[in-house]
Design a protein around this ligand. Structure first.
Ligand SMILES: [Zn+2]
Length: 483
């Protein structure tokens, strides 16, 4: 029995389509014998573990050594099939009679309609190793409709499903977390991405615990997404890019402003790698163009004073973590990344980070170089904050933080941060005015309909002010004191 491989016949299922692209990459276009394709995929999915063991060779009557094998990580979290080996007992000890062979059994006995591509063909019941989503629909179905137990697959879909384990992108966060990334688009786009972007990045970078370099990585799903997207945007735009022209061109199609839209989605699955993969979150992202526009405007403001604006952006996001014991808590970076990817306001999370993490360090420092510049631009352009209001808040926040530092009074900043309603907020400002002899800018005091101050909700005004003030406090603190 043969299957036909080509790029003009997608199934529309991102798992299976990624596998079809892997098969095309390995075998080219044409018709191929099922058993040959299966052997070819297994060759690369089964790897030596580095250990040796012995089996009893009946012909010679001696023990012989063999190299132990297993399913390649992280495929081994999904493919659970273990070889059945003939055994015997020698001196009361169980011994193997030959080295175990890692194989997968594919049988097509009945005819039917394939649940993935809809073709009528010989079908087989889907196993985890062909299509993890159908085996545990309870875990995936909210996200991926149309799943059911007992999914039937035709030979092409079954083999493609297995090949996907060689086409996915993954990143392990130590033993705590595994992130899996898969793109969905037309097959030609997926093939170009694989051949000219992902394989190049994998080969040319030393990647520990993964097959794609991320600008940063942690336990959470949005931060690793932003880490991956920043890697790709750097490869598209920077002169440090290691991609061939064809690779840059396909990224330009995805992120750029071309007339021909290539619909593309990035799916991410995060979970705990125990005996199996225990998925705890998933997301899909398709705002590539919006994100890249934002990235480019960040680059252009940082270019004025940074030699490497991309690195500056990466360092800004990298900083929102805190060392706790032997590991890093990255929860603030996760929330901020979520806000950026969803085009929401990250202010609350930046504020939380400054007050709950940064200010509590032994020698706290202000936010890294360029941080407020890129977020100011975000508040102005994405959140549509009034530019004049922002200038007022920055100037006053700066003054407030500096004065509080000189009076060694961080308490007033925490009162500001904790203000629960406009009355509270104005009380704190009043207090600051009284204690530090500061004049509160009138603009901030004019609250209108819907508790808005110059068109922005009072809470956002409070939050930005508290960010500017704490940052200025920490900045003043880290400067050498005059003697
Ligand atoms: Zn099919």
């Amino acid at each position: 029995m043969e299957i036909s491989i080509e790029l003009s016949n997608p199934t529309g299922n991102f798992w299976i389509d990624n596998g079809l692209v892997v098969l095309y990459d390995k075998l080219g276009e044409g018709d191929f014998e099922i058993s040959d394709v299966l052997d070819r995929i297994l060759e690369e999915l089964v790897v030596e573990t580095g250990n040796t063991r012995e089996y009893f060779d009946r012909e010679t009557g001696q023990f012989k050594k063999y190299r132990k094998k297993n399913w390649k990580y992280p495929t081994n979290l999904f493919i659970k099939s273990t070889p059945k080996v003939e055994k015997t007992k020698i001196n009361n000890k169980t011994v193997y009679l030959r080295p175990p062979q890692y194989k997968l059994k594919l049988e097509f006995k009945k005819k039917g309609v394939c649940d993935i591509c809809g073709n009528t063909d010989y079908v087989t019941d889907a196993k985890m190793w062909m299509f993890p989503f159908s085996v545990e629909p309870s875990r995936f179905s909210n996200f991926y409709s149309g799943l059911k137990e007992g999914t039937r697959l035709c030979p092409r879909c079954a083999l493609s499903g297995l090949a996907t384990y060689q086409g996915w992108l993954w990143k392990a966060q130590g033993r705590d977390k595994l992130h899996i990334f898969l793109f969905q688009s037309d097959l030609k786009t997926l093939f170009k991405l694989r051949a000219n972007v992902f394989k190049v990045l994998e080969v040319q970078s030393e990647i520990k615990g993964g097959n794609i370099p991320l600008e940063f990585s942690g336990n959470y799903i949005h931060e690793v997404n932003l880490g991956l997207l920043l890697t790709l945007m750097k490869e598209l735009s920077s002169n440090e890019s290691i991609l061939p022209d064809e690779g840059k061109r396909i990224l330009e199609e995805i992120f750029g402003e071309w007339d021909v839209e290539t619909p593309i989605t990035l799916f991410t699955f995060s979970g705990t790698p125990g005996k199996a993969f225990n998925m705890d979150s998933m997301m899909e992202f398709s705002e590539f163009r919006t994100l890249y526009r934002l990235y480019k405007s960040w680059i252009s403001i940082l270019e004025e004073y940074s030699d490497n604006p991309h690195r500056t952006i990466v360092n800004i996001f990298k900083q929102f973590t805190r060392r706790e014991g032997n590991s890093f808590n990255t929860i603030w970076r996760e929330y901020i990344s979520w806000a950026i990817l969803e085009l929401r306001d990250p202010a609350k999370y930046i504020e939380d980070y400054l007050y709950d993490a940064r200010a509590k360090d032994e020698n706290p420092e202000a936010l890294s170089f360029g941080s407020l510049d890129i977020f100011n631009l975000y508040w102005k352009e994405v959140i549509n904050m009034d530019e004049k209001l922002m200038t007022v808040l920055q100037n006053f926040g700066h003054k407030l933080g500096k004065t509080a530092r000189e009076a060694n009074d961080m308490g007033i900043l925490y009162s500001l941060r904790n203000a629960k309603n406009p009355d509270d907020f104005f009380r704190v400002l009043n207090d600051a005015q009284f204690r530090f002899e500061l004049t509160i800018p009138e603009d901030i005091l004019k609250i209108g309909k819907g508790e808005k101050i110059m068109g922005s909700p009072w809470i956002r005004v409070k939050t930005l002010l508290s960010i500017y003030a704490m940052n200025s406090y920490l900045w003043t603190k880290s400067q050498p004191q005059e003697v």
